[in-house]
Design a protein around this ligand. Structure first.
Ligand code: C2E
Ligand code: MG
Ligand code: MG
Ligand code: MG
Length: 278
Protein backbone atom coordinates (compact mmCIF):
# COMPACT_ATOMS: atom_id res chain seq x y z
CA UNK A 1 0.00 0.00 0.00
CA UNK A 2 2.73 2.32 1.02
CA UNK A 3 4.60 1.46 -2.13
CA UNK A 4 1.58 2.10 -4.31
CA UNK A 5 0.94 5.45 -2.71
CA UNK A 6 4.52 6.36 -3.25
CA UNK A 7 4.28 5.51 -6.93
CA UNK A 8 1.11 7.54 -7.32
CA UNK A 9 2.53 10.64 -5.74
CA UNK A 10 5.64 10.20 -7.85
CA UNK A 11 3.50 10.17 -10.98
CA UNK A 12 1.55 13.22 -9.89
CA UNK A 13 4.75 15.02 -9.02
CA UNK A 14 6.22 14.24 -12.43
CA UNK A 15 3.13 15.42 -14.27
CA UNK A 16 3.17 18.66 -12.34
CA UNK A 17 6.81 19.29 -13.04
CA UNK A 18 6.46 18.75 -16.77
CA UNK A 19 3.35 20.96 -16.92
CA UNK A 20 5.21 23.66 -15.08
CA UNK A 21 8.32 23.45 -17.19
CA UNK A 22 6.34 23.46 -20.45
CA UNK A 23 4.67 26.68 -19.35
CA UNK A 24 8.02 28.01 -18.23
CA UNK A 25 9.73 27.29 -21.55
CA UNK A 26 6.87 28.88 -23.47
CA UNK A 27 7.14 31.96 -21.28
CA UNK A 28 10.90 32.18 -21.84
CA UNK A 29 10.45 31.88 -25.61
CA UNK A 30 7.82 34.61 -25.56
CA UNK A 31 10.06 36.84 -23.46
CA UNK A 32 12.97 36.38 -25.85
CA UNK A 33 10.72 37.50 -28.67
CA UNK A 34 9.34 40.34 -26.57
CA UNK A 35 12.73 42.02 -26.45
CA UNK A 36 13.12 41.80 -30.25
CA UNK A 37 9.58 43.06 -30.77
CA UNK A 38 10.14 45.95 -28.36
CA UNK A 39 7.28 44.89 -26.09
CA UNK A 40 8.85 46.06 -22.84
CA UNK A 41 8.00 49.51 -21.54
CA UNK A 42 9.15 51.54 -18.59
CA UNK A 43 6.71 53.37 -16.39
CA UNK A 44 7.92 56.05 -14.02
CA UNK A 45 6.77 56.79 -10.48
CA UNK A 46 7.55 60.20 -8.98
CA UNK A 47 9.54 60.48 -5.76
CA UNK A 48 8.31 63.51 -3.88
CA UNK A 49 10.06 65.80 -1.39
CA UNK A 50 7.79 65.83 1.67
CA UNK A 51 8.64 69.40 2.60
CA UNK A 52 8.45 71.23 -0.72
CA UNK A 53 6.14 68.87 -2.62
CA UNK A 54 8.61 69.05 -5.51
CA UNK A 55 9.46 65.99 -7.57
CA UNK A 56 12.92 64.86 -6.57
CA UNK A 57 13.17 61.78 -8.71
CA UNK A 58 11.55 58.99 -10.64
CA UNK A 59 11.74 55.24 -10.28
CA UNK A 60 11.66 53.32 -13.55
CA UNK A 61 9.51 50.19 -13.36
CA UNK A 62 9.33 47.71 -16.21
CA UNK A 63 6.14 46.30 -17.73
CA UNK A 64 5.53 43.89 -20.58
CA UNK A 65 2.87 44.58 -23.16
CA UNK A 66 2.46 41.45 -25.33
CA UNK A 67 0.91 42.26 -28.72
CA UNK A 68 -0.09 45.72 -27.60
CA UNK A 69 -2.51 44.19 -25.08
CA UNK A 70 -2.77 44.39 -21.30
CA UNK A 71 0.31 45.28 -19.28
CA UNK A 72 1.97 42.41 -17.44
CA UNK A 73 3.57 43.41 -14.09
CA UNK A 74 7.26 42.58 -13.48
CA UNK A 75 6.52 40.06 -10.73
CA UNK A 76 5.13 37.77 -13.43
CA UNK A 77 8.13 37.74 -15.74
CA UNK A 78 11.29 38.92 -13.94
CA UNK A 79 11.89 35.44 -12.41
CA UNK A 80 11.74 33.88 -15.90
CA UNK A 81 14.08 36.56 -17.27
CA UNK A 82 16.53 35.81 -14.47
CA UNK A 83 16.29 32.06 -14.90
CA UNK A 84 16.99 32.28 -18.64
CA UNK A 85 19.72 34.89 -18.42
CA UNK A 86 17.61 37.21 -20.57
CA UNK A 87 17.64 39.65 -17.66
CA UNK A 88 21.10 40.73 -18.83
CA UNK A 89 19.77 42.11 -22.11
CA UNK A 90 16.47 43.33 -20.71
CA UNK A 91 18.21 44.92 -17.71
CA UNK A 92 20.62 46.70 -20.03
CA UNK A 93 17.68 47.89 -22.13
CA UNK A 94 15.97 49.23 -18.99
CA UNK A 95 19.08 51.07 -17.82
CA UNK A 96 19.64 52.63 -21.23
CA UNK A 97 15.99 53.59 -21.70
CA UNK A 98 15.81 55.21 -18.25
CA UNK A 99 19.02 57.19 -18.88
CA UNK A 100 17.73 58.39 -22.26
CA UNK A 101 14.46 59.45 -20.62
CA UNK A 102 16.18 61.35 -17.82
CA UNK A 103 18.33 63.17 -20.37
CA UNK A 104 15.30 63.92 -22.55
CA UNK A 105 13.40 65.51 -19.66
CA UNK A 106 16.47 67.53 -18.77
CA UNK A 107 16.91 68.74 -22.37
CA UNK A 108 13.21 69.64 -22.48
CA UNK A 109 13.93 72.15 -19.72
CA UNK A 110 12.56 70.41 -16.64
CA UNK A 111 14.59 70.71 -13.44
CA UNK A 112 16.91 67.69 -13.36
CA UNK A 113 15.61 64.75 -11.34
CA UNK A 114 17.23 61.57 -10.10
CA UNK A 115 16.43 58.45 -12.10
CA UNK A 116 16.30 55.25 -10.05
CA UNK A 117 16.60 51.91 -11.83
CA UNK A 118 16.18 48.45 -10.31
CA UNK A 119 19.04 46.05 -10.89
CA UNK A 120 18.70 42.30 -10.54
CA UNK A 121 21.19 40.07 -8.75
CA UNK A 122 22.15 38.19 -11.92
CA UNK A 123 22.89 41.48 -13.64
CA UNK A 124 24.81 43.03 -10.75
CA UNK A 125 27.05 40.03 -10.18
CA UNK A 126 28.26 39.66 -13.80
CA UNK A 127 31.81 40.69 -14.52
CA UNK A 128 30.85 43.20 -17.21
CA UNK A 129 28.25 45.12 -15.22
CA UNK A 130 30.36 48.18 -14.43
CA UNK A 131 31.78 48.32 -17.94
CA UNK A 132 28.29 48.18 -19.45
CA UNK A 133 27.13 50.89 -17.09
CA UNK A 134 30.02 53.12 -18.20
CA UNK A 135 29.16 52.56 -21.88
CA UNK A 136 25.49 53.40 -21.29
CA UNK A 137 26.42 56.62 -19.48
CA UNK A 138 28.82 57.64 -22.23
CA UNK A 139 26.39 56.84 -25.04
CA UNK A 140 23.36 58.50 -23.50
CA UNK A 141 25.24 61.52 -22.16
CA UNK A 142 23.40 61.29 -18.88
CA UNK A 143 24.95 63.01 -15.87
CA UNK A 144 25.84 59.99 -13.65
CA UNK A 145 25.18 61.92 -10.45
CA UNK A 146 21.46 61.73 -11.33
CA UNK A 147 21.47 57.96 -11.74
CA UNK A 148 20.61 55.82 -8.74
CA UNK A 149 20.77 52.02 -8.86
CA UNK A 150 18.35 50.16 -6.62
CA UNK A 151 19.70 46.94 -5.17
CA UNK A 152 18.08 44.67 -2.62
CA UNK A 153 19.69 43.50 0.59
CA UNK A 154 19.97 39.96 -0.75
CA UNK A 155 21.99 41.17 -3.75
CA UNK A 156 24.32 43.16 -1.59
CA UNK A 157 24.79 40.53 1.13
CA UNK A 158 25.55 37.80 -1.40
CA UNK A 159 29.31 37.71 -1.94
CA UNK A 160 30.13 40.77 0.13
CA UNK A 161 33.72 41.17 -1.08
CA UNK A 162 32.62 41.22 -4.73
CA UNK A 163 29.78 43.59 -3.87
CA UNK A 164 32.03 46.09 -2.11
CA UNK A 165 34.40 46.03 -5.08
CA UNK A 166 31.60 46.58 -7.62
CA UNK A 167 29.92 49.28 -5.54
CA UNK A 168 33.23 51.10 -5.28
CA UNK A 169 33.68 51.05 -9.05
CA UNK A 170 30.13 52.31 -9.59
CA UNK A 171 30.84 55.12 -7.13
CA UNK A 172 33.88 56.06 -9.18
CA UNK A 173 31.60 56.33 -12.22
CA UNK A 174 29.58 58.82 -10.18
CA UNK A 175 26.46 56.67 -9.88
CA UNK A 176 24.68 56.49 -6.53
CA UNK A 177 23.29 53.40 -4.87
CA UNK A 178 20.10 52.64 -2.98
CA UNK A 179 19.07 49.66 -0.84
CA UNK A 180 15.55 48.71 -1.93
CA UNK A 181 12.92 46.98 0.24
CA UNK A 182 15.02 47.81 3.26
CA UNK A 183 14.07 46.03 6.46
CA UNK A 184 12.89 42.81 4.83
CA UNK A 185 16.30 41.19 4.34
CA UNK A 186 19.28 40.47 6.49
CA UNK A 187 21.61 43.42 6.19
CA UNK A 188 24.53 43.32 8.51
CA UNK A 189 24.91 46.78 9.98
CA UNK A 190 28.63 46.27 9.96
CA UNK A 191 28.71 45.72 6.18
CA UNK A 192 26.23 48.50 5.62
CA UNK A 193 28.71 50.90 7.14
CA UNK A 194 31.45 49.67 4.81
CA UNK A 195 29.39 50.02 1.65
CA UNK A 196 29.14 53.22 -0.37
CA UNK A 197 25.34 53.27 -0.26
CA UNK A 198 23.67 56.66 -0.28
CA UNK A 199 20.00 55.79 0.19
CA UNK A 200 17.73 53.39 2.08
CA UNK A 201 14.22 52.67 0.78
CA UNK A 202 11.91 51.58 3.56
CA UNK A 203 9.91 48.58 2.41
CA UNK A 204 6.28 49.20 1.64
CA UNK A 205 5.07 46.55 4.12
CA UNK A 206 6.18 48.74 7.06
CA UNK A 207 4.42 51.77 5.61
CA UNK A 208 1.23 49.76 5.01
CA UNK A 209 1.00 48.72 8.65
CA UNK A 210 1.93 52.10 10.17
CA UNK A 211 -1.61 52.87 11.33
CA UNK A 212 -2.29 49.61 13.16
CA UNK A 213 1.08 48.21 14.18
CA UNK A 214 3.19 49.95 16.80
CA UNK A 215 6.18 47.84 15.90
CA UNK A 216 6.06 49.12 12.34
CA UNK A 217 6.02 52.73 13.44
CA UNK A 218 9.02 52.03 15.67
CA UNK A 219 10.84 50.27 12.86
CA UNK A 220 10.14 53.09 10.41
CA UNK A 221 11.33 55.83 12.75
CA UNK A 222 14.39 53.75 13.65
CA UNK A 223 15.33 53.19 9.99
CA UNK A 224 14.99 56.93 9.37
CA UNK A 225 17.30 57.86 12.27
CA UNK A 226 19.75 55.13 11.34
CA UNK A 227 19.89 56.36 7.73
CA UNK A 228 20.59 59.87 8.93
CA UNK A 229 23.29 58.70 11.33
CA UNK A 230 24.97 56.85 8.47
CA UNK A 231 24.62 59.93 6.25
CA UNK A 232 22.16 58.29 3.90
CA UNK A 233 18.99 59.60 2.31
CA UNK A 234 15.81 57.77 3.11
CA UNK A 235 12.83 57.12 0.84
CA UNK A 236 9.54 55.60 1.98
CA UNK A 237 7.83 53.45 -0.66
CA UNK A 238 4.15 52.59 -0.89
CA UNK A 239 2.76 55.76 0.70
CA UNK A 240 -0.99 55.67 0.12
CA UNK A 241 -2.58 57.84 2.83
CA UNK A 242 -2.24 61.31 4.30
CA UNK A 243 -1.73 59.88 7.78
CA UNK A 244 1.23 57.80 6.55
CA UNK A 245 2.63 60.94 4.95
CA UNK A 246 2.16 62.87 8.20
CA UNK A 247 3.94 60.22 10.23
CA UNK A 248 6.87 60.22 7.81
CA UNK A 249 7.08 63.99 7.74
CA UNK A 250 7.02 64.21 11.54
CA UNK A 251 9.81 61.66 11.69
CA UNK A 252 12.02 63.53 9.19
CA UNK A 253 11.76 61.21 6.21
CA UNK A 254 12.70 63.43 3.25
CA UNK A 255 11.31 61.62 0.26
CA UNK A 256 8.22 59.52 -0.40
CA UNK A 257 6.85 57.49 -3.23
CA UNK A 258 3.41 55.96 -3.53
CA UNK A 259 -0.11 55.95 -4.91
CA UNK A 260 -1.00 58.96 -2.70
CA UNK A 261 0.89 61.07 -5.24
CA UNK A 262 0.97 58.93 -8.34
CA UNK A 263 1.03 55.40 -9.65
CA UNK A 264 3.87 54.54 -12.02
CA UNK A 265 2.89 56.17 -15.36
CA UNK A 266 4.19 56.20 -18.94
CA UNK A 267 6.79 58.93 -19.59
CA UNK A 268 4.27 61.13 -21.42
CA UNK A 269 2.03 61.22 -18.33
CA UNK A 270 4.78 61.96 -15.84
CA UNK A 271 3.83 65.09 -13.84
CA UNK A 272 5.69 68.18 -15.02
CA UNK A 273 5.43 70.02 -11.72
CA UNK A 274 5.40 69.11 -8.06
CA UNK A 275 2.55 68.48 -5.65
CA UNK A 276 1.80 71.67 -3.72
CA UNK A 277 -0.14 71.81 -0.44
CA UNK A 278 0.30 68.25 0.77
P1 C2E B 1 10.23 47.69 -6.15
O1 C2E B 1 11.48 48.18 -6.80
O2 C2E B 1 10.23 47.59 -4.67
O3 C2E B 1 9.11 48.65 -6.69
C1 C2E B 1 8.02 49.13 -5.94
C2 C2E B 1 6.75 48.43 -6.31
O4 C2E B 1 5.69 48.96 -5.50
C3 C2E B 1 6.29 48.67 -7.76
O5 C2E B 1 5.63 47.48 -8.20
C4 C2E B 1 5.30 49.82 -7.61
O6 C2E B 1 4.36 49.88 -8.65
C5 C2E B 1 4.64 49.44 -6.30
N1 C2E B 1 4.07 50.61 -5.62
C6 C2E B 1 4.47 51.89 -5.65
N2 C2E B 1 3.70 52.67 -4.87
C7 C2E B 1 2.79 51.88 -4.31
C8 C2E B 1 1.69 52.10 -3.38
O7 C2E B 1 1.44 53.20 -2.91
N3 C2E B 1 0.97 51.00 -3.03
C9 C2E B 1 1.22 49.77 -3.52
N4 C2E B 1 0.44 48.77 -3.12
N5 C2E B 1 2.24 49.51 -4.39
C10 C2E B 1 3.01 50.55 -4.77
P2 C2E B 1 5.93 46.86 -9.64
O8 C2E B 1 6.04 47.95 -10.64
O9 C2E B 1 4.94 45.77 -9.84
O10 C2E B 1 7.39 46.25 -9.45
C11 C2E B 1 7.61 45.14 -8.62
C12 C2E B 1 9.10 44.82 -8.50
O11 C2E B 1 9.63 44.37 -9.76
C13 C2E B 1 9.95 46.02 -8.12
O12 C2E B 1 9.84 46.24 -6.73
C14 C2E B 1 11.31 45.55 -8.56
O13 C2E B 1 11.88 44.70 -7.59
C15 C2E B 1 10.99 44.71 -9.80
N6 C2E B 1 11.30 45.51 -11.00
C16 C2E B 1 10.55 46.47 -11.61
N7 C2E B 1 11.19 46.97 -12.70
C17 C2E B 1 12.37 46.33 -12.78
C18 C2E B 1 13.50 46.40 -13.68
O14 C2E B 1 13.56 47.21 -14.64
N8 C2E B 1 14.54 45.55 -13.45
C19 C2E B 1 14.53 44.67 -12.39
N9 C2E B 1 15.59 43.86 -12.23
N10 C2E B 1 13.51 44.59 -11.52
C20 C2E B 1 12.44 45.40 -11.71
MG1 MG C 1 12.76 49.61 -6.53
MG1 MG D 1 11.03 48.55 -3.17
MG1 MG E 1 9.56 45.50 -3.68
Amino acid sequence: RAKQQGQNSYRIYNAEISARSTGWITLQTRLRRALEKNEFVLHYQPQVDVVSGEIAGAEALIRWQPDGGKLVPPGEFIPALEESGLILDVGEWALRTACVQQRQWFLAGYPPITMSVNVSAVQFHTAQFVEKMAVILAETGMDPSFLCLELTESIVMRDVADTIDTLGKLRVLGVSLSLDDFGTGYSSLCYLRKMPISELKIDRSFIASLSHDQNSSMIVSTIISMAHCLNMRVVAEGVETMSQLEYLRTNSCQTVQGFLFSKPVPACEFPSSGFAHT
